[in-house]
Design a protein around this ligand. Sequence first.
Ligand SMILES: [Zn+2]
Length: 331
Amino acid sequence: MARVNVYYADHFVLPLPDGHRFPMAKYSRLRERLSAEFPTLRWGEARPASDQELALVHERAYIAAVAEGTLAPAAQREIGFPWSPAMAERARRSVGATLQACRAACAHGGLAANIAGGTHHAYADKGSGFCVFNDVAVAARLMQAERARRQPGRARLRVAIVDLDVHQGNGTARIFADDESVFTLSLHGAKNFPFRKEAGDLDVPLPDGCRDDEYLAALDHALAELDRRFDADLVLYLAGADPHEGDRLGRLKLSFDGLEARDRRVMEWAWQRRLPLAFAMAGGYGNDLEATVQVQVNTYRVALGYHARWQALAATPATGSGTGGWQNAAA
Ligand SMILES: [Zn+2]
């Protein structure tokens, strides 16, 4: 039975003023739905990322300012959340959840998830757009460091970040701008936040109102290009729900079916190459919160299907037919 590991920190609720536009309730609602509908998910509380882990990406002064609540008011406003001890703790744990998902996916091959995370607007020295620390960036660097420690003779772990949140992963693109061991792919609304985009390895800007067919064709093209240009060992997938037509910030027009097809394409791509995949939920701001949660529930359904294939593979004696490469992929 497919037991996908999922890490959560939604019980660290950061206090927001009334009427704040961030839909904090979606995380606990998602956990509720997933627990009810997929009893084989294996839940783990996220542990907080340490200063040392965060420092693989973030500047020490920024980490300390977040911890102590001493960011300048403008820097705090750019994050979009008021500071509180819970905000700082939750940000650390959200990074921890993605780290744990990566380790779980790499340990035996398969998929694992952070029920939040995907905070791709965070830079090395500042937060932005509801993102404090960049969880996928820290996770990519830590997975590289862990493999280098365990297997010092091997080539550097190569990580593909597939960012399908509707907003460009600007922080991630900047962090890895000069790092050839991490490939940053982003499909995003051309006219959406951030209005000054960073150059990632592969950026695919999409027009307002973009629908399923156009989106999926662009994604197929992008994955083929990623394949041509990069030989990945691990995939980090930001499965943002905000390209959905019911999203109030997204500006695109993808249907539930279109988004499920999107998830399937990414997970099929990784499966075909036997690449472990960790995913994070990234953004989702539905006019109807249940619609956002439904997009995310669908992502988990697809992930469970692919994880089951990994488990069937692990249960099958090796035939030497070329499907065993993953064991050494990232572990
Ligand atoms: Zn977004």
